[in-house]
Design a protein around this ligand. Structure first.
Ligand code: AFP
Length: 368
């Protein structure tokens, strides 16, 4: 049961309510920043509308797109929570006990996002980690001003073991002329031009976390009410944490600098305690913990994945946008991830993300 204070107007004394209120900020001209205070318990929809009201030139397109994404998150979350029951586990091409074709959960999540968003008129083209080519908006629908990229179900290796997985998304403005179908050009934009990014984590509870660049807010889903409620306003990442997150099974494939860094971070010394290792194998879950608790998440290049493993457009850029908005650092080892100009849809990149001091330490070793 969710604590009563999540619901702003349900019997909570006004003194308590105002103590929970978070002040507003608006630091980037492009962001859709709030002009009002957002009390704990605000629904995602109200939060978006409050922000929209603070932007007289806003048309409601952004809020409309987000409402569709939130609906997609609810549908995917509902199916994920029933995965073990509904016989949906398994690979595409297999049949369930009713003899029906089983749709792989990541294919399902992909179709839900595409079908929820395409008819809305807010987007002109989409890019998905699951789909090789740009996803065009059929001509019977309006071609919107935004561009949506997403990884429908990140960490899909975790589905069959009931561990956390997630959806990652980012939104850009279109570059091609209004009214036409969007193209690859609209999708190949750097993270620095992201208008908003976020993720949904399907875990012990489901959460939607998003940012328009000025702050990062987290909303927890109440399945009884069917709404995401503001639960983690203005997430800030600590300057330094105590956890490192990396697939250490790749130790012998790494370059020497990464090996030395891992040897150093887990060894206690006069100046520091040994860091703890946590790695679930789903970037969303590992970075969600890193956002809230601090520390570092790393997926470096290695002998097998010479360009790194994670996808720039569907994983690294959106997460880098959130990490930076929460006060953290996101690098590919040499430059800010947000400054990388993508050349291909499914381009990969090494990733060093987290608390600024922890990333600085790792980069010192990686460059050695
Ligand atoms: P899947 O979605 O194919 O499971 O990949 C997940 C992922 O892209 C990212 O979420 C993880 O951080 C990373 O791969 C895990 O990779 P390793 O299994 O090589 O550690």
């Amino acid at each position: 049961m969710m604590p009563a204070h999540w619901y702003p107007n349900l019997g909570m004394p006004s003194a308590v309510r105002s103590a929970l209120v978070c002040p507003a900020t608006m630091s980037r001209a492009v962001s859709i920043g709030p002009t009002q205070e957002s009390p704990i318990g605000t629904t995602l929809e109200r939060h978006l509308l409050d922000r929209q009201r603070g932007m007289p030139e806003a048309t409601g397109d952004f809020t409309g797109l987000f409402q569709q994404l939130s609906l997609a998150a609810k549908i995917i979350g509902s199916r994920v929570s029933k995965a073990g029951l509904s016989g949906i586990l398994g690979r595409t091409g297999t049949t369930n006990v009713q003899g029906e074709q089983v749709q792989k959960l990541d294919d399902f999540a992909n179709s839900v996002i595409v079908s929820t968003v395409e008819a809305g008129g807010h987007v002109c083209v989409m890019g998905s980690e699951e789909v090789e080519e740009p996803i065009q908006i059929p001509l019977q629908y309006p071609q919107g001003k935004y561009v949506l990229q997403f990884d429908p179900l990140d960490g899909s290796g975790n589905i069959d073991i009931n561990a956390s997985i997630g959806t990652i998304f980012s939104i850009h403005r279109r570059l091609t002329p209004d009214g036409e179908q969007g193209t690859l050009k609209d999708l190949l934009q750097p993270g620095s031009d992201i208008v908003a990014a976020g993720y949904v984590i399907y875990g012990s509870s489901n959460m939607l976390v998003y940012s328009t660049g000025d702050q990062v807010d987290g909303f927890t889903y109440d399945p009884g009410v069917g709404e995401f409620f503001l639960s983690h306003p203005k997430i800030r990442m600590p300057q330094r944490g105590g956890i490192y997150s990396i697939n250490e099974g790749n130790y012998h494939k790494w370059e020497e600098g990464i090996r030395k860094w891992v040897d150093w971070i887990k060894a206690p010394s006069e100046n520091k305690k040994a860091y703890s290792l946590r790695y679930i194998g789903a970037m969303v879950a590992d970075l969600h913990r890193t956002l809230l608790r601090g520390g570092i998440f790393v997926y470096p290049a290695d002998a097998k994945n010479k360009q790194g493993k994670l996808r720039l457009l569907y994983e690294a850029s959106p997460m880098a946008f959130l990490v930076e908005a929460a006060g953290g650092t996101a690098s590919d080892g040499q430059r800010r991830i947000l400054t990388i100009e993508p050349e291909e849809l499914h381009q990969r990149t090494p990733v060093f993300m987290g608390s600024p001091d922890d990333v600085a330490d790792a980069l010192r070793f990686a460059g050695s």
